[in-house]
Design a protein. Structure first.
Length: 193
């Protein structure tokens, strides 16, 4: 899968509908994690597409939270997004706010890692370093099991995502933590541009 939308176009469009830095940072984080996964899972030729889907996945969330994944097709059409990109973006709301099922491996990775990046980000903020760089998997697993920690990050959705991918939950946690460690510096450089 390819897209005619550039990363810069996607970034500008995300910022048009998401003014809060928190949402912009989340978009950049998921984009970087998606690109990392594309490369690691043998989809390197599609890495740009995976990254742009990650960047735009919450395009409608800040401005239209009640219409999440329902308003997205309209907003993405403004920049000429392909049907595949729109389907991918909307599929991460499967069973939550839409009935668009993740079919492609990329869509399953997005579904699985979206909430998890939020949980990992919250766990990083609790560390003295404020970074994922020194976060061991053991620490993340402890935070994952603590339902009171980052309660807004649904463990059910993360577990569902791992099942979709046919990965043990520990593998999903480990890989996504590795992705965030590998991409953390780049993400912070991009948000501070």
């Amino acid at each position: 899968m390819q897209t005619k939308i550039t990363k810069q176009q996607a970034w500008e469009h995300l910022k048009k509908y998401n003014k809060e830095e928190f949402h912009q940072l989340h978009g950049l984080t998921v984009a970087a994690v998606m690109r990392w996964y594309a490369d690691k899972l043998g989809y390197g030729a599609e890495a740009d597409f995976w990254e742009i889907v990650g960047l735009l996945h919450d395009i409608d969330f800040e401005k239209y939270p009640e219409e999440h994944c329902k308003k997205a097709p309209e907003l993405l059409a403004e920049i000429g997004a392909e049907d595949e990109l729109i389907h991918a973006v909307c599929s991460h709301g499967y069973g939550i706010c839409v009935d668009i099922k993740p079919e492609h491996q990329m869509e399953k990775v997005l579904f699985a890692s979206d909430e998890l990046t939020g949980l990992i980000g919250a766990a990083a903020l609790m560390r003295p370093s404020k970074s994922v760089q020194d976060m061991p998997l053991k620490s993340l697993k402890k935070k994952f099991k603590d339902k009171k920690f980052a309660a807004g990050c649904s463990r059910d959705i993360i577990n569902q995502g791992a099942e979709m991918l046919r990965w043990p939950i520990e593998e999903l946690l480990d890989k996504t933590l590795d992705a965030m460690k590998a991409e953390e510096e780049k993400i912070h450089m991009e948000i501070n541009k």
